[in-house]
Ligand binder design. Sequence first.
Ligand code: ADP
Length: 578
Amino acid sequence: MGMILEYIDYHLLPLALLLAAIIFSIGCLRLYLREKDQTRRMESSVAGERGFFRSFSVNGRDFFILIRKSDLRILYVSPNFEEMTGIDADMVRADIEVLRSMVSPKTARYVVEQLKNWNGEQELKLEVDYSIAGCEQTRQRHGIASLRQDEENACYLLIFCDNTEDYEVRSTMKEELEKAYQESQAKTDFLSKMSHEIRTPMNGILGMLSLARAHVKDPEQTDYYLNRAESLSQFLLTLINDILDMSRIESGKMELEAAPFDLFKVAEKLDSMFRNTTEAKNINWEIKMQDFDVSRVVGDELRLTQVIINFISNAVKFTPAGGTVSVTFRQMHKIEGNLHLMIRVRDTGKGIKADFISKIFRPFEQEDASTAHHYGGSGLGMAIADNIVKLMDGQIIVESEEGKGSEFVVYVSLPVAEGVQNVPDFQDNIRQEEDNEELQKAIEEFTLEGVHLLLAEDNDVNAEIAMEILEMEGATLERACDGLEAVRMFEESANREYDAILMDIQMPNMDGWEAAAKIRNLVREDADIPIFAMSANAFVEDKRHSIEIGMNGHISKPVDYDEVRRLVGEALLTRKAD
Ligand code: ADP
């Protein structure tokens, strides 16, 4: 047995030793490989961090600073700090307070406040307004500073990210959103105000009509209620026209015309429009043209006239008997083919309270609740005038003293029209010429007795009303139910069988504009027959189109039959005179 053991010992010992050596080597190899792997991982992590830090530096929108907690000393400033802030990195290393010079005093206060309340646990994010030191563009920049605490290394890491571009885009979007919201709110307010304003007179009209019916056996009372209903309807009509104008302005659909017109003719028209009204109210009235060496300009005559009519109407409305309303047109300068014009409407009426003057151009604004009660009106006229003058790149100046009177001055610049300029002799006080006065008198006295009219109207109710009223005035009428029929009836009529045509515009088969154009193109002596549009299309553009088509005038619905009488009279009387 001893021999056997000795034999094994002798032969297996080297084997065991070899085995042990192999196992040891494998262990060493493993250890080496693990070490190597760790080293490689560490190397790649270091490389990653380097890249990470480099990305801070290379990316021009972020910089970072490492601050020691104990004494707030700056340990590290990323290399792009200087480029981003314009501040020398050494300066900030020397004194952290230098950072304060970057930000506005308001931001500095906000940062101090936030730092006071910071518990240091979560990351602190601060919105910062700052500017770049020494930069010529003093544009305010915007960024986000985030502050973290690094317990392990007992320091703070401040990462600053510039987001000026995003911030500005966001701010613009926010502003636009706010603007859109305000516009939509203004529209809602306008709509609810409008609904209220329309319902009020509507309520009055219906009420007056029920009272008239209830008192039908008492003609005097019935007449009284019907008169009230009529004047409320007139008010409602003006209101609807103003609202439509206002909404066209607000939706940007109002376009100005640029056509030559005569300023002296505008003044003459205004004179004849207001001379009688002011006389009836016992108000002194004057209209003057001053310093003109041209009379024809290019612009939108109707809209400019609308603005001045509005000022004059208010002046007449708010001026008591014995007062004065004066209108002055003055040529200020003529520069490079443009006429700088001043139109002033002055009154000695009740005047406007100082605090109301700044609100006068707001829609639906009146001085106080009693204004509508005493003087009527809706408070839209001034807003419309203001918008029209702005469309003309002009300006309105209002001056007023309570109890003394008001002055509205419009400044506009209009191109001088090409061609001959007939500046009338009179530069002061417009006078109607005598023959003009005679014609005006004849028109006022004109009746429709024996006048033969062709009425083109597709709506039975409107046709019935027009025929009855005009026949009561002595006219004889024939009705066409659309434009096509109107053209046919005119073609089949004898020469000068009809004295004038009243033409609705929106009709089936052929509208009034097309029918009028067809009649004008007929080869017959009376193709120049007076044609008047009688239409619910009541915009200035519609009126303009009727004239362009070759019609003699445009009467808006609801029809003022006195206007029909006057227009037909004027057309027939002037034709006879020719
Ligand atoms: P409306 O005349 O229909 O009320 P406007 O917009 O034309 O509406 O005028 C708004 C308000 O401005 C009037 O209600 C009135 O209070 C004041 N106002 C305008 N013009 C005059 C004026 N010439 N004199 C006194 N107040 C005026």
